[in-house]
Design a protein around this ligand. Structure first.
Ligand code: HEC
Length: 211
């Protein structure tokens, strides 16, 4: 009996050590997608125009990253809040924790390089190396054409500054660990010609997936 007790204690300690090591690995070493690319996006009128179209009508960055008037049908964007962030997902909407939508105007992003923006949009890895909770559909953005991502970056760099900050997110266990396993490498595609209606339509549908 004594032996069995001892064996159980050893097994318990071994399992605790393995679980601890696995959780530390997930928390500290993941996501592991490498450095942000070294790139400089030139802001041209054509890119800003294309980025404006995509961010407002296709990838709907601005829908999420603005405050919304939920008393009205479909929750239109509150005037003058474009890019200011501030919406919150929490237990009231069945969310396992609290996630706030950050400001994406230059006020908040001026210290981010273009490469860091490219990496967060296409893989979900933030400037500090942590993972974005996939409310933001970065896996779909990671299948877009890099030129379209450059256009979105050019456009959000031109948004009027909004001086807002959001609180730190809090995720419940085990999501606070699992979130780090979610980012994956981008699989960028070439944008089909607009004359190829089927392929171009499929490209836009992928880019507009949002939940
Ligand atoms: C469905 C909502 C949604 C959409 C659409 C969306 N985002 Fe996000 N985004 C979020 C949320 C929520 C976070 C923060 C998640 C977290 O903290 O884990 C975030 C994080 C970010 C961040 C990181 C900011 C920081 O401080 O860490 C950037 C930059 C960003 N989004 C830009 C964009 C761009 C550009 C697009 C469009 C291509 C976009 N987002 C589309 C919800 C969205």
């Amino acid at each position: 009996m004594k032996r069995l007790g001892k064996a159980l204690v050893i097994i318990f300690i071994a399992v605790a050590i393995i679980a601890g090591a696995a959780l530390s690995y997930i928390k500290l070493a993941l996501p592991d997608l490498g450095d942000a690319p070294n790139l400089k996006v030139e802001i041209t009128p054509a890119r800003v125009e294309r980025g404006k179209y995509l961010a407002n009508n296709v990838t709907v960055c601005i829908d999420c990253h603005s405050t919304r008037d939920w008393t009205k049908f479909a929750g239109p964007i509150e005037s003058d809040s474009e890019g200011a962030g501030g919406e919150r997902f929490d237990k009231k909407v069945g969310f396992p924790g609290e996630v706030y939508v950050p400001n994406i105007t230059p006020y908040h992003l001026k210290d981010w390089t273009d490469g860091e923006l490219f990496r967060v949009i296409t893989t979900g890895v933030k400037k500090d190396g942590s993972a974005v909770f996939p409310i933001m559909p970065y896996k779909y953005y990671g299948q877009m054409d890099k030129e379209d991502i450059y256009s979105i970056i050019a456009y959000i760099r031109t948004l009027p500054e909004k001086e807002t900050r959001v609180p730190e997110r809090k995720l419940d266990f085990p999501l606070n660990f699992l979130v780090n396993t979610m980012p994956s490498k981008a699989e960028l595609k070439t944008r089909p010609s607009e004359n190829n209606k089927l392929a171009y339509g499929a490209y836009l549908v992928n880019a507009s997936v949002s939940y």
